[in-house]
Design a protein around this ligand. Structure first.
Ligand code: SF4
Length: 58
């Protein structure tokens, strides 16, 4: 099981980080970064909400 962000797709909108601040944070490059893989349920919701489908949870 892994949570991943494709930073080629990520537009840095901040949605995932505001939905799951314990999983994602916006890094200095303005892209979302996975900081913890503990909350896959929240990550799955964020994956569905991401406007560019940059998040994968498998
Ligand atoms: S919701 Fe998607 S596009 Fe927005 S910051 Fe997160 S990964 Fe990037």
């Amino acid at each position: 099981m892994a949570i991943k962000v494709d930073d080629n797709k990520c537009i840095g909108c901040g949605m995932c980080a505001s939905m799951c601040p314990n999983v994602f944070k916006i890094n200095s490059a303005g892209k979302s970064e996975v900081i913890s893989s503990d909350d896959k349920e929240c990550a799955s919701s964020a994956a569905k909400a991401c406007p560019v489908m940059a998040i994968s949870v498998d």
